[in-house]
Design a binder for this molecule. Structure first.
Ligand SMILES: [Mg+2]
Length: 416
């Protein structure tokens, strides 16, 4: 079997409301590039990639000469063909390789009539548990609804999600408001859900000393871990030495060199594996094996997914023996999806691992067309800018926090 063509299509799928983070925001929609890898046997494999609010179509188009004629079963060859580590100094294609790997695994599964998890060692669980992933939100531009800014709004939003989806662990995405205010929010979640677990992720926005102060203030709560409280392996190592809490990262251990450093001189306890950042599902499984050997914990990270990428996270979560924490997903913030049958459903905080051949998802042609048109209409957006604060950008460590007392109107996104 040979790859005969590759097509990339950018889609824009609406979120319930803009999601704020330490660097800016997801501006009320996810812009994702969907990849369709075709073969000479008529099988089409699906892949997906983000791109910080922008289209990645051009990067995939440029890969046509590399991929045409390649056997999709030869994934190790593909790694060196398009993401050789020394060539990548000039032209980093790790995330592109990930999307192609998803599509090739999808092709292999479809050709053999088996789900991807069977190509990866077989599933150890039928359902993958997820955390609630709570964001501070701007109001939805169309309805003016959905703001999450005050403590009460946050707790009410978490309660609603807990009821609808069954989450029993809650991740607060912080790094937006001053640390003392976010501490108040975190404590309020702990008070509201005493039997659930919590995790806090300010995306490395805090100084080392502020992170230590925050960590010591929550150490008595029912925490899973403290995620990227500050920037850098050395910064996190200092925090870890001063706070009696497990630390997690999806920013400073995202490749095998960094993983080796973290084994030799530990800075974090939990490595959050992202099927895009690591270059595919298979590198995540390799990294999980290293973590298993050295008894470091793992999680499944979310970089903002539609159903295709969510399927990669589910197949990954299904085959990892040492997955002891619930996974992260932005998925419940989406209003819709491009896959046939509609959005995956949460039951008791879990999503069922798809059992169909390949990744187990197919495109809904109407939705796919509709959201491709939506991208043409709206275009991309800068993920690292806050539509509510034109001209603003953060420092690392940050001190330019948003004001929790300031309300933003529904036109904030357009004006940004
Ligand atoms: Mg994170």
């Amino acid at each position: 079997m040979r790859i005969s063509d590759i097509r990339a299509t950018t889609v824009s799928v609406p979120l319930e409301a803009p999601l704020r983070h330490s660097n800016g925001a997801h501006w009320g929609r996810f812009v994702r590039t969907v990849v369709q890898v075709e073969t000479d046997e008529g099988i089409i494999g699906l892949g997906e990639m983000g791109g910080g609010g922008e289209s990645a179509e051009q990067m995939f188009r440029a890969l046509r000469p590399y991929l045409i004629g390649h056997n999709p079963f030869f994934l190790e060859e593909l790694r060196f063909k398009i993401a050789n580590p020394t060539a990548s100094l000039y032209n980093n294609r790790t995330q592109v390789l990930a999307a192609i790997e998803f599509a090739c695994l999808d092709i292999m599964g479809k050709a053999l009539g088996v789900p991807v998890y069977q190509l990866l060692g077989g599933k150890l669980r039928d359902r993958v548990p997820f955390a609630s992933y709570l964001f501070f939100r701007l109001p939805d531009d169309a309805s003016g609804e959905g703001e999450v800014r005050t403590v009460d709004q946050l707790v009410e939003y978490a309660r609603d999600l807990r009821q609808r989806c069954g989450f029993r662990s809650h991740k607060l995405k912080g790094g937006v408001f001053p640390p003392d205010y976010e501490l108040e929010c975190y404590q309020a979640l702990a008070d509201a859900f005493p039997e659930d677990t919590l995790r806090y992720d300010p995306n490395a926005a805090l100084s080392v000393e502020e992170a230590i102060r925050f960590g010591k203030a929550i150490v008595h709560l029912n925490n899973d871990y403290l995620e990227d409280p500050t920037w850098g392996l050395n910064g996190n190592r200092r925090v870890r030495g001063m706070v009696g809490l497990p630390l997690a990262t999806n920013t400073v251990v995202v490749n095998f060199e960094q993983l080796a450093e973290n084994v030799l001189n530990p800075a974090v306890d939990v490595v959050l594996l992202d099927t895009t950042f690591w270059g595919g599902i298979r590198p995540c499984i390799k990294a999980a094996g290293v973590c298993e050997t050295f008894q470091m914990s793992i999680g499944v990270h979310s970089s903002g997914e539609l159903g295709i990428q969510l399927a990669t996270m589910l197949h990954l979560g299904a085959v990892l023996p040492n997955l002891t924490f619930s996974a992260d997903a932005h998925y419940h913030h989406l209003r819709d999806d491009i896959i046939a049958g509609g959005k995956f459903a949460y039951v008791d905080g879990c999503i069922e691992v798809p059992d169909g051949p390949g990744l187990g998802v197919t495109l809904d042609p109407d939705k796919f067309g509709q959201y491709a048109e939506e991208y043409k209409r709206l275009g991309g957006y800068p993920y690292d800018r806050d539509p509510a604060r034109p001209g603003w950008f953060p420092l690392i460590p940050n001190d330019r926090w948003a004001d929790p007392n300031e309300e933003y109107g529904r036109m904030a996104v357009k004006e940004g």
